[in-house]
Each structure stands twice: as C-alpha cells, then as structure tokens.
Design a protein around this ligand. Structure first.
Ligand SMILES: [Mg+2]
Length: 474
C-alpha cells in the first residue's frame, strides 16, 4: 500500500531518519521543519497521514493537530504524534487535541508501520465516501470530526481481566456508554451482528475466544466492516497487537490502562465512525433523491433510462416479455387553470399512489412527464398489458380525488397507450414510441380509453376482460 506521508519535526536529523525508513517501505514522503510549514504543506497538498513531532518552537504539535482537526477540509487526515514524552498526561493531551495515535521515540519500526498502514487504510474508506458525496474535490461541507458526539454509545467487550473491566465500567458511566460483555455460548462475531454496537474492545489475552480471529471475521462481514475495534494487551503482546492492526483493528492499548487515555481514544474512534456513518447515510439519501421525482416519490426518467437497459438486456437474453403502458391524465391543464397548482400537485400525487397501488410488485411506475406516467411491465405480453391498462383506467375514472382543502373533490380520467417490446428490437425506444402513438390515438378518439399497438401491426383480439372502450390499433 502506498500513501503520501508528511513528516513534521524541528530537528533535521529526525526528519531524515523517518524519511529514510518510510521511503524504504515505498511510502511517498514530504517533510516540514515547523508547525507553520506543516500547516502550509497540508493546505497546499493534503497528505494521507501526518507524523507530527510534539515539541516544536512557536507552533507546537498539539496546536498544529487541533487546528487541522477543527478544519473540515483536513479533519479526516490521520495524525500520529511522535514524541519523547510518554507520560499518560502527554498522551491524553495529544489525543485530546485530536491525534489519532501516539508513538514514542525512539520509534519501533514494527509499531510505526503497523500504525501507518492501519490509519491509511481507515482514511481510504473515509475518502471513498467523501468522494462519492462531494465529487472530485471531496468537499463534504462544514463537517469536522471534532463536532461529532461521542457519548451514548454501545460497547461490545471481550475481556475478563478485572482491572480492564472495572476501568471500562467507569469510563462507560462518564460517557453514558452501554457495556455488553461477550457471552460464552455463541461465536463473538454472531453476537456482534445482532447487537447494533458502536465499538468493540477485545483483549488479546482473553482465553475463551481469539481476539485476532474476531478482528478478521468482523472485517470480512459487511455489517461490521467499519465498526471501530480496539485491542487491549500487555507489553509482551506487542507482536499480536501489531498483527491485529494489520488485520484491521483500529487501535491498540497497552496495560496498565490509563482512564483518560482510554476515554480520549474512544472519543476519536466513535467520532470517526459516526462521521463516516453520517456521510454514508446522506450519500444514500442523495442517491435516492437523484432517481426519484420529488413531487410523487415515483422513479424519474433518469432512473428509467438506466433501468430499461438492464431490463431489455435481460429480456433479450432470456427471451422474456416486456411491455409498457403510457398513461396521460385527461384535461389536466384545466385543473391547474381553475384550481391552481397546489390542487394540480395533489391530483398528481393521488394518481401516482393510485397507479402504484394497482400494479404488481414487479411493475414499475415512473413519472414520465408533467401529467404523464409510464408503467414498465416485465414478463408481460401485450394482451396481459392491455388488461392491466384497462384496470388502471377504471381505477382512475372511478376515483373521487380529495383536495387539499378537505372540502371539495375532483374526478379525473386518463388515456392509455400500450405497446410491447420484441426480442429482436435493439432498444426499447421503438416500443416507447408505439406506446406514445397509441396514447395519441386514445386522446384523438375521445379520451378515457386504452389503445394498443404492436410492432407487426397485428390486430390483437380484444380480450373479454377489456371494456368496449378499449381499442386495438391495426
Ligand atoms: Mg521537536
């Protein structure tokens, strides 16, 4: 995995050493000799990760970190504080300023690379969502990690270490977190799937289940792939902890645990996860908005075009029927003219609901134009489509449409054009044109009727189910 890493340190030798180590692992490295230079460099070309020295003259590492983390353009870039200080207070201060992790000098190569790879991987996930959400610039608005809430979360804990459990209980009480311990009667990953958790704490010293196995299982399941997973271990467990980071754990904490450090790390993980979830949810909602009609909630033509290609391909491949019904409200303009647009909108919404309620689950109703609807009927031949169209015609003509004032109501009729799509046709364009043509005939012949047209122009015998008004075009 290659990534762009910014190394910030006021001592040239430290920069050189880190640059050499990272370059040897094929990371792309840039350097900055002061806090100001670092901020400038990030502004100019944002890296995938920052290794940040704490003790620097003028702008300290803490200051650089908190400035970046409160800027929505850069708050998603992981920051690892690198320092000679390793008292719990220093670690907590670093984490409070928004740092994602903390490494102490002299740097252990294994620990360094495990953290770097892990954080870069997490950032890639967030990047992907930012890109989908905000286009190539990835600007997702004014959201910053620092604004995300971190209280009221649910924890899945896999540990039976008394000291660890006591500390987690205390932290949970402060942050209003709900702690659920791993039960022994079911595989942990199954417990995760049903529990709707916000994060996982897994002790690598836990006997009943293997924390690293949970790591790899959680990462290979769609539901738990992005759930923050924090490993806990002793100093002697460092190999297993680093392996855990490579398997996709987000963090590791080494005993004895410091309550403030635990709290700060949880805060960062929960915030990151919640920001990501929010971006995903909004992305889905936007996708929905792009393919549905705001007034009626039906699919729009945008969606139809993409969907038709898929349907047509399948129909050709598997020799399946495909038919269309085009429906246009009669005299709709006069509704708008005499009652106003609010009433017109209410009528369209009513008709959309009516049509959707009268078709089969596999059929799709699309708002095709102003007062025009298209019904796509897979696996349906022309004769069957005619019967459905007739049913729709009756449903609309027989409805009393309530108006927004709740005092008055309206009655409407609609005209229909029906056509089928032959397997030999390259696209659905011809069938849609024929449906339009048939619809025109219905209008021309007095409205409130169904007309069909097929490619060969063959007259179809009117089915007994079809009312006298229905005409087949020759
Ligand atoms: Mg320094």
């Amino acid at each position: 995995m290659t990534a762009r890493i910014l190394v910030v340190d006021d001592i040239a030798l430290n920069r050189k050493v880190l640059e050499a180590k990272l370059s040897a692992e094929y990371f792309e490295v840039s350097v900055a000799g002061s806090g100001a230079e670092a901020l400038q460099s990030v502004e100019h070309s944002p890296p995938d990760l920052i290794l940040l020295d704490v003790m620097m003259p003028e702008i300290s590492g803490y200051e650089v970190c908190s400035r970046l983390k409160s800027d929505h353009r850069f708050s998603h870039i992981p920051v690892v504080m690198v320092t000679a200080l390793d008292s719990p207070q220093d670690i907590v201060r670093g984490l409070e300023s928004g740092a994602d992790d903390f490494l102490t000098k002299p740097l252990d190569n294994l620990a360094l690379f495990a953290r770097v790879r892990n954080l870069v991987r997490l950032k890639r996930v967030l990047d992907e969502w930012r890109l989908r959400e905000g286009g190539p610039l990835g600007d997702i608005g004014d959201e910053a990690l620092a604004n995300e809430p971190f209280t009221d979360a649910r924890a899945f804990v896999m540990s039976d270490n008394g000291a660890v459990c006591r500390m987690l209980e205390q932290t949970a009480a402060l942050l209003n977190h709900d702690v659920v311990y791993c039960a022994l009667d079911a595989p942990p990953v199954r417990q995760l799937l049903v529990g709707s958790f916000d994060f996982i704490l897994a002790d690598v010293g836990y006997r009943p289940f293997d924390a690293l196995r949970l790591c790899s299982q959680a990462r290979s399941s769609e539901e738990t792939r992005h759930l923050p997973l924090i490993l806990i271990g002793d100093r002697t467990d460092s190999d297993r902890l680093h392996k855990g980071l490579d398997l996709g754990a987000n963090e590791c904490m080494v005993r004895p645990l410091n309550p403030n450090e635990v709290m700060a790390r949880l805060k960062t993980q929960i915030r990151r996860h919640r920001l990501q979830q929010r971006i995903q949810r909004r992305h889905r909602a936007n996708l929905n908005k792009a393919v549905t009609d705001a007034l009626t909630g039906l699919y729009n033509r945008h969606y139809l075009d993409a969907h038709l290609c898929r349907l047509k391909d399948r129909a050709v491949e598997e020799r399946r029927f495909l038919s269309f019904i085009l429906c246009d409200l009669d005299m709709f303009k006069s509704v708008n003219d005499s009652h106003g647009h609010a009433v017109g909108d209410a009528v369209l919404r009513y008709i959309a609901t009516k049509l959707s309620g009268c078709v089969r689950p596999q059929d799709m109703v699309v708002r095709y134009g102003g007062e025009e609807f298209l019904i796509v009927l897979p696996d349906t031949d022309l004769a069957h489509a005619l019967r459905i169209a007739e049913r729709l015609r009756c449903a609309i003509a027989g409805s009393v449409i309530p108006l927004p004032d709740n005092q008055t109501s309206l009655q409407m009729t609609a005209s229909f054009g029906v056509a089928d799509c032959a397997w030999t046709e390259a696209s659905t364009d011809g069938a849609l044109r024929r449906a339009d043509d048939a619809l025109y005939r219905s209008k021309h012949n007095g409205r409130n009727r169904v007309t069909a047209s097929n490619k060969a122009g063959i007259a179809l015998p009117p089915s007994a189910a079809i009312a006298a008004q229905t005409q087949i075009r020759h």
